[in-house]
Design a protein around this ligand. Structure first.
Ligand SMILES: Cc1cc2nc3c(=O)[nH]c(=O)nc-3n(C[C@H](O)[C@H](O)[C@H](O)COP(=O)(O)OP(=O)(O)OC[C@H]3O[C@@H](n4cnc5c(N)ncnc54)[C@H](O)[C@@H]3O)c2cc1C
Length: 248
């Protein structure tokens, strides 16, 4: 059992773009997602020539300004996220425009589960001690329940089925702090909406950390789509993202 404090976010997939023949258009961005967004936007008005010499960034900034955000939906990014608690994942999965694949507590044993400790608890030895004691007690209860339940289901021939039945019940005693892992995929419009809500100071601290890590990766991938977000740190030490655009 480990006590975790920092989420891990890895970019694992990103949109590719292959410009088709027959479109008299060039752009200055070499990033596939940005090129795809501009291509899709220009498809609407067949505006393949660019007499004003607009850069890709200017083109996308104009989409953001106009609130023409459906064009952003063509590009998407997938992240592998670990070191987060089940309470954080519960908040993540509320976002309905994403696809998720999450560690199953019915199929995967949690005997050696890790637990995510909120920084505010970790910062005080007294609260930290209570946390460690509570999660270890929960883990021991889970292990014991699993053993007894597997005995109870011993008449079931399939070992996989027996374990699933035991684990799905025993997990009831695991806390919100139990670590989970998941893959989260969404398009850039959805990611912008997610960042506005979850990298805000009003968001819970753990999901805000996750959102800020995701923002850094997205900013590298498609600066034209995310550079309106500014990282700010208030007098209270809370780091958040703010953007002048309110359209979703
Ligand atoms: C600070 C904070 C506190 C929160 N507190 C609570 C809480 O106490 N209790 C609680 O239950 N939840 C809470 N939430 C979660 C919140 O209610 C949303 O479920 C979550 O933020 C997902 O965002 P969203 O609803 O904008 O939708 P998403 O699923 O991210 O969808 C994006 C947008 O698509 C549109 N959309 C999606 N689905 C529909 C639909 N079915 N019909 C119409 N339009 C749709 C909406 O415009 C929506 O804004 C909180 C969220 C935040 C950020």
């Amino acid at each position: 059992m480990a006590i975790l404090h920092e989420p891990q976010v890895e970019l694992i997939a990103w949109t590719g773009f292959a410009k088709p023949e027959g479109y008299p258009w060039t752009t200055d961005s070499e990033r596939d997602g940005e090129r795809l967004i501009e291509f899709a936007g220009r498809m609407c008005y067949q505006s393949w020539d660019n007499p004003s010499g607009r850069t890709n960034r200017e083109y996308i900034q104009n989409l953001l300004k106009q609130g023409h955000l459906s064009v952003l939906e063509h590009a998407q990014a997938s992240f592998a996220i670990s070191g987060i608690s089940r309470s954080c994942s519960h908040e993540l999965v509320r976002h309905r425009h994403f696809s998720f694949s999450q560690l199953s507590q019915r199929y995967v044993a949690e005997d050696e589960a890790n637990f995510v400790e909120p920084s505010v608890i970790a910062s005080d030895p007294r609260t930290h001690a209570i946390f460690v004691e509570a999660v270890e007690a929960a883990r021991q209860a889970y292990i014991r329940l699993n053993e007894l339940l597997e005995e109870k289901f011993s008449h079931i021939p399939s070992r996989v089925e027996r374990r699933k039945l035991a684990r799905q019940a025993a997990r009831a005693v695991l806390p919100n702090a139990t670590e989970t892992k998941l893959v989260m995929t969404g398009n850039l419009r959805a990611w912008r909406h997610f960042l506005r809500l979850r990298a805000s100071r009003h968001a819970e601290a753990e999901i805000r950390k996750v959102a800020l890590l995701i923002y850094q990766k997205l900013l590298e991938l498609a600066p034209a789509v995310f550079s309106d977000f500014q990282v700010t740190c208030g007098a209270d030490g809370v780091t958040e993202l703010i953007t002048p655009y309110t359209a979703d």
